[in-house]
Ligand binder design. Structure first.
Ligand SMILES: Cc1cc2nc3c(=O)[nH]c(=O)nc-3n(C[C@H](O)[C@H](O)[C@H](O)COP(=O)(O)O)c2cc1C
Length: 125
């Protein structure tokens, strides 16, 4: 069974929007038994399900001793998710969390993650 978590979208630091990958952030139990890193995900909101890029971790590239959170970037969605309740299913692990030396390098990696995740989600229906 894939890991699933449901919860309201909480505020982030808005950097994602500047990076071109706006993310919805969800609180997670500190001991949620899920590997930190990038996941192919599916997100259900308002009865609609979207493919998504999922990230679990403390954002070592942009934060020092940040809180462990879940972020999702929904594919083919535009709109405001603040305050909404999301159901997130982690479908497949893609790569480990990493500390990049610049947000540019992080962004280039997220571009690659997106291609990998689209392939994964397409091949598993
Ligand atoms: C697909 C994806 C992969 C990510 N990978 C990493 C990572 O390897 N290392 C990291 O420090 N942050 C990673 N992040 C988190 C970004 O640092 C974060 O989304 C960005 O800083 C915006 O955060 P904010 O929404 O709190 O502003 C990733 C985010 C996404 C969506």
């Amino acid at each position: 069974m894939n890991p699933v978590i449901t919860g309201p979208v909480i505020g982030g630091h808005q950097l994602g929007r500047r990076l071109g990958y706006p993310t919805a952030n969800l609180a997670i139990p500190a001991d949620w038994p899920v590997q930190d890193g990038v996941w192919a995900a599916r997100v259900t909101v308002n009865g609609q399900t979207y493919g998504a890029l999922g990230y679990v971790g403390r954002k070592p590239t942009v934060e020092h001793e940040g809180k462990r959170i879940l972020e999702v970037h929904l594919l083919d969605f535009s709109g405001n998710l603040y305050g909404r309740s999301l159901r997130v299913e982690l479908v497949q692990f893609v790569r480990s969390d990493q500390q990049f030396d610049s947000t540019d390098s992080l962004l280039r990696q997220i571009d690659r993650d997106k291609q990998d995740i689209i392939q994964i989600l397409t091949s598993c229906g």
